[in-house]
Ligand binder design. Sequence first.
Ligand code: KIV
Ligand code: NA
Length: 265
Amino acid sequence: YKRITTKTLVDMKEKGEKISMLTAYDFTMAKIVDGAGIDVILVGDSASNVMAGHETTLPITLDQMIYHASSVVRGINRSLVVVDIPFGSYQSDPKEALRSAIRIMKESGAHAVKVEGGKEIKESVKRILNAGIPVMGHLGLTPQSIYKFGTYTVRAKEEAEAEKLKSDALLLEKAGCFAIVLEKVPAKLAEEVAKSVSIPIIGIGAGNGVDGQVLVTHDMVGMTYEFNPRFLRRYLDLYAEMTKAFEQYSTDVKSGDFPNNKEQY
Ligand code: KIV
Ligand code: NA
């Protein structure tokens, strides 16, 4: 695929091709992720944790998300760029949701937006879609609702929540969403949901019976180490690698080894 579109992703599901998705919040990382052939880049509100050091995703603002998104867009050639609408910028009413989505699309050049929730935000989703803006859903452990859940443990283990999740997925598909992220739910339930809809289900901690996977890039390359959920596979230990590099640099500066004769004018 030359350029990934929302339609490409639906076609991929139809053909049984899995979708790869990672986060990026800046130009340099986006360039690497895009160049590696990752299908979808998520400018996640996890930037609130990873970039800004907040404990939750709640504090990040719409302006800050637009700054991250515009930086990412300048780094990509092929990947589809999806941007989280942050907490507080779509929940109060559909008009506000549409205004926020329009600002993201116009000011960043991204290709789609993502919102958390099902039935509660149905009218907002429809409103955004009516304006021609593609919407990705997000169900299961939705971090913007962390204070309602009170815990980061697996969601929808109980019948009532599982039933609501299944009907929310159908509702988002019917509304016109092009894909749904499913976070931290039992693998069996996730597979059932993926089979019940024709739009791709992208899992994070949702097992292998879904249509694609997403991870937070900083976690999967091991730049962070405090966060250790079972679903996270670390492909690198960059925290240790970078620490070694910084320590060596410090040693070299202090000993006068850096810069050497070739490293000056
Ligand atoms: O903000 C984010 O990084 C996300 C992914 C974990 C799906 O929403
Ligand atoms: Na998010």
